[in-house]
Design a protein around this ligand. Structure first.
Ligand SMILES: Cc1ncc(COP(=O)(O)O)c(C=O)c1O
Length: 356
């Protein structure tokens, strides 16, 4: 790959020019003033949470149905995760659920744009801004996703206090290893985050505060820059394949296809159906060589590491129902119609029906 070769030749593996170039490109795509590369999508959450200087007892609202990093980073920055339930149709959090979880100790709200479609940011921002609570958009699964708000397209990561991206290899924009980025409109926050990722110093060997080492490798930035021009086409390809599946599953009582909120343009990081007897269907598909996966099998409020928070089975019923019913099917731009047909036939065969 010539782009990677150029980095190898130049040998500037840390903070080479490709990092800034990628930051600028993703800032443009996401309609934000600043993009700050870092070591992973997890660190992209960790650094802004750290910047909040959370004190013992400070609460951060977060969905119960998401990847672990969303809540693990709250714990690791000294906060207490407060879990909220999700909307059955979109798997995303709702303004009403968030409003019900706000207390005088709420210091931040993390909204996850799960599976590639945005949560209803306009309603969430309205209630957060009224109370002066910062909103962090976890857009790890939603780079380039957008939503119509008040007649304009708003990008994932654009309207919150900050937004976070992951370049984990399976993401729509995937690196050849770990990588992440923080998006923000706030000049002061951007400056602080740039310091925190470099041991808290804006000048080498001089430290205004204690930070850490969390940089995006130049090599990864070069890979991502080479892929970025294809992202919109790849996401459109995923949308087409998702629409095809959903048309084939329509009217099949056992399979509930994913719903996209009409205000959203989703990027279908995952195509996730809801089904009865999910685990048996999963085995049936895997036995036929059809890759599929459960994102996620246990809601975060029921994870053993959060037992001390006092949640019980039944606390957040929609998140728990999702963990029992969801199954993500293969979705990627290279998937052919014939391959999709094999997947659909295998699903319907399991439920005793065949499509003609
Ligand atoms: C919703 C969500 N948040 C955070 C992360 C963490 O990203 P990373 O794996 O790059 O640390 C991921 C990705 O795995 C994710 O899907």
């Amino acid at each position: 790959m010539p782009a990677a070769q150029a980095v190898i030749q130049r040998q500037q593996f840390i903070m080479g020019p490709e990092v800034l170039e990628l930051e600028n490109a993703l800032a443009r795509l996401s309609q934000v003033r600043h993009a700050i590369g870092c070591a992973s999508g997890t660190d992209a959450l960790l650094l802004p949470l750290w910047a909040l200087d959370l004190q013992p007892g400070d609460e951060v609202i977060t969905p119960a149905f998401t990847f672990f990093a969303t809540a693990g980073t709250v714990h690791n920055t000294g906060g207490k995760p407060v879990f909220v339930d999700i909307d059955r149709a979109t798997f995303n959090v709702t303004p009403a659920a968030i409003e019900g979880a706000i207390t005088p100790r709420t210091r931040a709200i993390i909204v996850v744009h799960l599976f590639g479609q945005m949560a209803p940011m306009e309603g969430i921002l309205e209630l957060a801004q009224r109370r002066g609570i910062p909103v962090i958009e976890d857009a790890a699964q939603a780079v380039g996703a957008r939503r119509r708000c008040g007649g304009a397209w708003r990008m994932a990561g654009e309207t919150g206090w900050c937004g976070t991206l992951s370049f984990f290899p399976t993401k729509n924009l995937g690196a050849w290893g770990d990588g992440g980025m923080i998006l923000t409109q706030e000049d002061g926050l951007a400056e602080r985050l740039r310091r925190l990722r470099l041991h808290g110093g804006s000048r080498q060997y001089y430290h205004e505060e204690v930070g850490t080492n969390s940089r995006l490798d130049t090599l990864q930035a070069a890979v991502l820059l080479a892929k970025l021009p294809f992202l919109a086409g790849w996401s459109a390809g995923r949308r087409d394949r998702a629409a095809w599946y959903s048309a084939r599953f329509a009217g099949q009582g056992d399979v509930t296809p994913p719903e996209v909120d009409p205000a959203n343009e989703a990027i279908f990081h995952q195509y996730t159906i809801r089904v009865p007897r999910r685990d048996a269907l999963r085995e049936h598909l895997l036995a036929r060589g059809i890759g599929c996966a459960v994102y996620y099998p246990l809601a975060l409020h029921l994870q053993r590491c959060f037992a001390s928070l006092g949640y019980r089975p039944g606390s957040l019923p929609e998140a728990e129902a999702a963990t029992a019913e969801v199954l993500s099917l293969p979705v990627y731009p290279e998937l052919t119609e014939a391959q999709q047909e094999v997947v659909v036939e295998a699903v319907l065969e399991f439920y005793g029906g065949r499509m003609t």
